[in-house]
Design a binder for this molecule. Sequence first.
Ligand code: F6P
Length: 519
Amino acid sequence: MFAEDPKRFQRFSIEDCGLFLDYSKNRVTDETMALLMNLARARDVEGWRARMFNGEKINTTEDRAVLHVALRNRANTPIEVDGQDVMPDVNRVLERMGSFAESVRSGHWTGTTGKRIKDIVNIGIGGSDLGPKMVCKAMQAHIPAHLRLHFVSNVDGAHIAQVLNGVDWETTLFIVCSKTFTTQETMLNAHAARKWFMDHCGDEAGIPKHFVATTTNVKKAAEFGIPAENLFEFWDWVGGRYSLWSAVGLSIMLAIGSGGFAQLLSGAHEMDKHFRTEPLERNMPVILGMLGIWYNNFYGVHTHAILPYSQELRLFPDYLQQGDMESNGKSADRNGRAVDYDTGPVIWGKAGTDCQHSFLELLHQGTQFIPADFIASARPSYPEPAQHPVLMANYIAQTEALMTGRQESEVRAELKAKGLAEDAVDALTPHKIHPGNRPTNTILFDRLTPKTLGALVALYEHKIFVQGICWNLNSYDQWGVELGKTLAGAVLKDLQSDTPGEAHDASTNGLIARLRKTL
Ligand code: F6P
């Protein structure tokens, strides 16, 4: 296709919001793209997009609007939910977060013994952990040397213990970060942190200097002992996995300052504008979303790899796993009917070049083809002159290799040129053939800044939206996760009770009996 069409790269690439997207290495023609755009129109992506931006309650099973776009609405135009403009509340909380963050960063806010805060521990899970953690890791180069960020999520006690072992109670600030303030893991970890703090400080009066909370459940946070002035609220129209732009991003603001956070928001806002106003044919989230549908529903390919060629973006695949899979991993449609088509793919990935030395073999030579997004920054954040060109060379070479592959004739010629005997050439050739024709998207930006990161995250959020609409899903609930939570409660009861029931299946009963001996 490239040989026949010298303009293919120009036609199938697009640049906006500081991001360059090359989607020319996909199995598509002009006709494919036109038909995919027809499909997006037929599914009324544009109508649903307007409903989301207008604050309509498109999360029908929870009767909620979906308005993470309001959190980064830098134009400050009114956005209403139930006839009420949400922007004054958004701006009020942002301002409070800003003055708190700057006061901690400048050393004006101190711990109870008067010492400057050095360690910030965010206690949360899922959307209350993955987004802020990913952004803070990505923005490490922008974080002042005197501040260290830690994220505790796992209910495995090892997680909090390891973090607490490395910090000093006098200089540590805990953020209890939970939309509901009822999540079992977060609450247990928060109580563990509180106990550890009290064991050292010995005085309840020290708590307000060391514990803050971000939540929609103001009442529960108050019950935990967080004073009202340490509470940063958000609203039920912010989905957990879309919440890093809200008070959930407090750790981000502490890390990169209120100015950096504002840049993150404006990058996302630019992408919101792009998504809202560009024609579908020139709309990056729509293009990525429809290409995903092309492979998922027309080729039957059910995984998608996210490969940031960036150590700083190494947590981006983890972050997108929740963003995408918790949103579109559904099998009932909006009307409650079981779907008879495939929905969300498995999202996975790892930073390059590490991924080349683990699973990329399967992408090159495995029996299935796996579409992949290659993401990178053209300029490095750290001055290591020898490293960056090599990183970039690998980033580009992988997409070339995946597409062009290595045909039999090339392999044979190469082996012969090396002087191998005919039978050795015959034996080795099949192993060295790369089928090629394996599709990739390449996303490139000038530098990894808060602004480009904001645009990148919003790009994927809207891609997920587009796909959810095409599959007729509610991408904003997560009832699947709820079952596991309920069953864990029943198992815990049996693990701890003196008279456990045998209400489960034989395997579950057997495992409970075994663990009761050690608990
Ligand atoms: O994983 C399920 C979930 O409900 C996510 O959607 C959410 O991000 C996470 O738990 C944490 O919830 P919360 O912020 O209420 O503690």
